[in-house]
Ligand binder design. Structure first.
Ligand code: NAP
Ligand code: MG
Length: 401
């Protein structure tokens, strides 16, 4: 059998624990038998991050800037317990944080929708993809307790010595609290551009919402920037693709999302995205069925699963016990990266393979063959629990070129 050729290599970022085991299985059973895989390999496993003083993470991100498309395995973000467990030189930063800072992107999370794993919201028949702005607002705020009567003001002192601006926050008669937050035009623009590009790329409508009626300067700036970026860079392409940009107030958006059938991108401000992504992902059934892609405004794409390294299963695996760990989100990270590589390089066969891999995965679950986490929530009465390896082999048996 001849395997599908690639042109440009993918950036492959290996990771830790159970997902590292799954990574190997996916490559051996689902990718390499069908695709002549070209990849630049970076080992982001914790031992190698420690050995390289975390340089490997930086190199992997730089490679993504050079090659454009990366696929990443889940990795341990060290805490005190991990420093001890692995005898680390120091408590290295979150690899995702390091990579995001270098690529400057927006993270999109989308559920994988399968018959028999039903969303808790009856009307949701298509995925809802959440795009969260990952800069500023309450996550970089300044706040204080106000002990008693007094005045709190916002003060802006221009760097060029221009005229100071002051706004009264509140004249306190008694004790209370106060908070100051900020955001930046450039960051909001990047967020808007990434969200609108992703909508165009996936041919889905996009919603953006905030509270501009109440926050007439701060939230209104977000609304204006989205509109400006849409009008000047996207309107014509959206009309051609037959998709829509829709703005509404955040509370109206929440009400509409609950009644919708899904199938759109929901761009959220930082706090809204934090809260709503947990609501949307749990309502769709399982974190193990959620993919995540970092899209940079400069045209870099990094695909991964939304879950972690599934440590508890890994320890069982190390003890020689069978595990039933769900590999679906990691499979979709690979298919997402291969499809994007195929699109960028004009390789129709590679794009078609990505589709087949996803179809085979969905068909396997719909046939009742699934891992334990899904057996526990499925409405399919004939569901059968497979172990980690057998699930991946069941998917492989359904792929033909
Ligand atoms: P986790 O790996 O997401 O797992 C938490 C629990 O969720 C598991 O114990 C398991 O429940 C269930 N689960 C998650 N993914 C599953 C899968 N694919 N199949 C079946 N069940 C799954 O989170 P964690 O245990 O809190 O974190 C472990 C490590 O992952 C940490 O070191 C953390 O730093 C790292 N992490 C990395 C990323 C990333 O790289 N993107 C994201 C989050 C966390 P049961 O045990 O009940 O079966
Ligand atoms: Mg959250």
């Amino acid at each position: 059998m001849t395997r599908i050729e690639m042109k440009t290599p993918l950036v492959e970022m290996d990771g830790d624990e159970m997902t590292r085991i799954i990574w190997r299985l996916i490559k051996d059973e689902l990718i390499c038998p069908f695709v002549d895989l070209k990849a630049e390999y970076y080992d982001l496993g914790l031992e190698n991050r420690d050995a390289t003083d975390d340089q490997v993470t930086v190199e992997a991100a730089e490679a993504t800037k050079r090659l454009g498309v990366a696929v990443k395995c889940a990795t341990i973000t060290p805490n005190a317990a991990r420093v001890e467990e692995y005898g680390l030189k120091q408590m290295w930063k979150s690899p995702n944080g390091t990579i995001r800072a270098i690529l400057d992107g927006t993270v999109f999370r989308a559920p994988i929708v399968v018959k028999g794993i039903d969303p808790y919201v009856r009307t949701w028949t298509k995925p809802i993809t959440l795009a969260r702005h990952a800069y500023g607002d309450v996550y970089k705020n300044a706040e204080m307790r106000i002990p008693g009567a007094g005045t709190v003001e916002l003060v802006y002192t221009p760097a060029d010595g221009g005229e100071e601006q002051r706004v009264l926050v509140h004249e306190y008669q008694d004790a209370g609290v106060a908070q100051g937050m900020h955001n930046l035009d450039a960051s909001i623009e990047g967020f808007a551009r990434a969200s609108l590009s992703y909508a165009l790329d996936t041919k889905q409508d996009i919603w953006f919402a905030c509270k501009d009626t109440i926050s007439k300067t701060y939230d209104h700036r977000f609304k204006d920037i989205f509109e400006e970026v849409y009008e000047s860079e996207f309107r014509a392409q959206f009309e051609e693709a037959g998709i829509e940009y829709f703005y509404t107030l955040i509370d109206d958006a929440v009400a509409r999302v609950m009644r919708s059938e899904g199938g759109f991108i929901w761009a959220c401000k930082n706090y809204d995205g934090d809260v709503m992504s947990d609501m949307v992902s749990s309502a769709f059934g399982s974190l193990a069925m959620m993919t995540s892609v970092l899209v940079s405004p400069h045209g870099y794409w990094e695909y991964e699963a939304a879950h972690g390294t599934v440590q508890r299963h890994y320890y069982k695996h190390l003890e020689g016990q069978k595990t039933s760990t769900n590999s679906v989100a990691t499979i979709f990270a690979w298919s997402g990266a291969l499809r994007k590589r195929g699109e960028l390089d004009g390789l129709d066969e590679l794009v078609a393979f990505a589709d087949k891999l996803e179809q085979a995965t969905v068909e396997t679950i719909e046939a009742g063959e699934m891992t334990g986490d899904l057996v526990a929530i499925t409405s399919n009465p004939n569901a059968r629990k497979l172990d980690t390896e057998d699930f991946i082999k069941a998917v492989a048996s359904r792929i033909s070129l």
